[in-house]
Write a protein that binds this ligand. Structure first.
Ligand code: NAD
Ligand code: TYD
Length: 338
């Protein structure tokens, strides 16, 4: 029997890569993609799969109780994978309300419907940012206490706690994955890597926050998606699985690497005012998912970053449409210039 799968936020960066990846090989899933199509949602990302008979798109908000219940009634989902979220830290600093609404209230609406109708597994896509910030050494494990610092990461931690409580209280089969920073095709150009690639291509300044020495742990989006699929099917209810590829990089190293790949000068780099409350370092220990579920990253950073840069070079029309519109207003607010 085919599994009925509700994927939320499937028109965003990670969700669309997930659907493109999973629907290429799984005829045993019938997928409904529920996405509000906020500024970050883009149906162009799903052109490859939109005609598939086992795929349905529904434009809607995960905070809409009535709609969510209607969909559960209609499709009787076996699996729920919750990618939908407001995902950008800088936007959460400019205004936190929508982060609370979508990330916390929206997750709660999905959990309530899952409890009411009964499901086989609920996969909450979370982030390592719920653990807060590390010093020079150490790694986040699943035992690291939650200590989120930004409105974004606080809302994700809130959603994680709500999801965990549904397992503890109602025995809802919830699994949480906490992944480090992703890169790859279709990432919205507000995030570090695509922003720097596009600015470099346009010979615009590359705005590096603070001293540029903050560290992020990078993973190629498909490796994250494979972990989500595995944790959904084989993860133990109530458990958290950290996901990461052990590829720590200082921001300035990434920026210089992108310039090198593109053959652009380092004089484009501009150090700008730091992000308020900027987390210094993220680094993830993913040994649990490796030993318990047999996952391991399969993409080498050196190759995958070059492929990612090439994707942005080949898909200029995709990002040009984005930066010519609404996004321009955000860019002016955030960076004070065009
Ligand atoms: P994104 O911003 O690119 O996409 C979010 C998607 O959710 C968009 O398609 C948007 O339209 C949709 N959405 C937003 N609000 C909605 C609502 N109220 N109802 C329905 N749909 C809504 O985000 P992303 O980078 O693809 O992240 C996906 C998930 O992965 C998020 O939960 C995020 O917290 C998590 N995550 C991201 C990263 C990363 O590096 N990007 C790392 C770890 C975890
Ligand atoms: P980002 O892609 O926003 O991811 P997150 O904050 O969720 O880790 O940022 C990654 C790192 O890059 C973070 O340390 C902030 C930094 N950064 C800049 O230096 N300049 C920028 O313009 C952006 C968007 C990010």
């Amino acid at each position: 029997m085919a599994k009925k799968v509700l994927v939320t936020g499937g028109a965003g960066f990670i969700g669309s890569n997930f659907l493109n990846y999973v629907l290429r090989q799984r005829d045993d899933w019938e997928v409904v993609n529920l996405d509000k199509l906020t500024y970050a949602g883009n149906l162009e990302n799903l052109k490859e799969i939109e005609e598939k008979p086992n795929y349905t798109f529904v434009k809607g908000d995960i905070t809409n109780n009535e709609l969510v219940n209607y969909l559960f009634e209609k499709y009787r989902f076996d699996y729920v994978i919750n990618f939908a979220a407001e995902s950008h830290v800088d936007r959460s600093i400019l205004g936190s309300e929508v982060f609370f609404r979508t990330n916390v209230v929206g997750t709660n609406v999905l959990l309530e419907a899952s409890r009411r109708f009964g499901i086989e597994k609920f996969l909450q896509v979370s982030t390592d940012e719920v653990y807060g910030s590390l010093g020079e050494t150490g790694l986040f494990t699943e035992q690291t206490p939650l200590s989120p610092n930004s409105p974004y990461s606080s809302s994700k931690a809130g959603a994680d706690l709500m999801a965990k409580s549904f397992h503890h209280t109602y025995d809802l089969p919830v699994v949480i994955t906490r992944c480090s920073n992703n890169y790859g095709p279709y990432q919205f150009p507000e995030k570090l890597i695509p922003l720097m690639i596009i600015n470099a291509l346009n010979d615009k300044e590359l705005p590096v926050y603070g001293d540029g020495l903050n560290v992020r742990d990078w993973i190629y989006v498909i490796d994250h998606n494979r972990a989500v699929e595995l944790a959904l099917e084989n993860g133990k209810p109530g458990e958290v699985y950290n996901v990461g590829a052990s590829r720590e990089m200082k921001n300035i190293e990434i920026v210089k690497l992108i310039l090198k790949i593109l053959g652009k000068p380092e004089s484009l780099i501009k150090y700008v005012k730091d992000r308020p409350g900027h987390d210094r370092r993220y680094a993830i220990d993913s040994s649990k998912i490796q030993s318990e579920l047999g996952w391991k990253p399969s993409f080498e950073f050196e190759e995958a970053i070059v492929q990612t840069v090439e994707w942005y070079l080949k898909n200029k029309s995709w990002w040009e449409r984005i930066i010519s519109g609404e996004y321009q207003k955000y860019y002016e607010t955030q960076y004070g210039q065009r």
